[in-house]
Structures are given as C-alpha cells and as structure tokens.
Design a protein around this ligand. Structure first.
Ligand code: FES
Length: 107
C-alpha cells in the first residue's frame, strides 16, 4: 500500500495509506487531510483539490491531460512545473513515498 505524505502550508505532515486505484484526492479526503476541499467531488471542474508535487516526483507521475491543465489555470497560485489536481491522479503502488504540498488556500 503506497504511503503518501501531504504537507500543509503550516508545515504539518499527514501521512496516509493510498490504496491503489483510488485518486489522490480520495486518499486525502478519506484520511481527513486539511486543505483538500474537492468541491466538485472529483469531476475536474473546481480546482479545489490542487497540490504542488515535490520536484523529484513531478516527472514520475503520469502527465496531466488537457482537462486538468485547463482547470489548473483557475487554481490558487498554480505552478506550471509542480501543480496538479489530486482528483486526476490515480494512486498506484509505485507512488509509495510520494510527497505533495497543499497550497495555503484553494481559490
Ligand atoms: Fe474538483 Fe478535483 S475535486 S477539480
């Protein structure tokens, strides 16, 4: 079971077990990670599940598709190199050790 760390803007670390096949947003939500709002429930239409992926992981994740990159333009302070929507990332076993940072706020 991949272990994923969410770091809040205040520096709190939340390590969660991310079951393979669920989304990163669902892993955060199911474990009460603060700051992942996910207003649209994973439909890629709100951008409130935005995170910054740590640099070492940004090239290891499947690339964002156009719907995700389009929606990221509405996220709070997006970083083209590191921003992702957690509802668009399906957890896999090889994501063990993934670290993402939750932005200070969601839009
Ligand atoms: Fe709305 Fe991810 S939950 S875009």
């Amino acid at each position: 079971m991949p272990r994923i760390t969410f770091i809040t803007s205040a520096g709190a670390h939340h390590e969660v077990d991310g079951r393979s096949g669920i989304t990163l947003m669902e892993a955060a939500r199911d474990n009460g990670v603060p700051g992942i709002v996910a207003d649209c429930g994973g439909a890629c239409s709100c951008s409130t599940c935005h995170v910054y992926v740590n640099a070492e992981w940004s090239t290891r994740l499947p690339p964002a598709e156009s719907a995700e990159t389009g929606m990221l333009e509405f996220a709070w302070e997006p970083d083209p190199a590191r921003s992702r929507l957690t509802c668009q990332i399906i957890v896999t076993d090889d994501m063990d050790g993934l670290v993402v940072q939750v932005p200070e706020r969601q839009i």
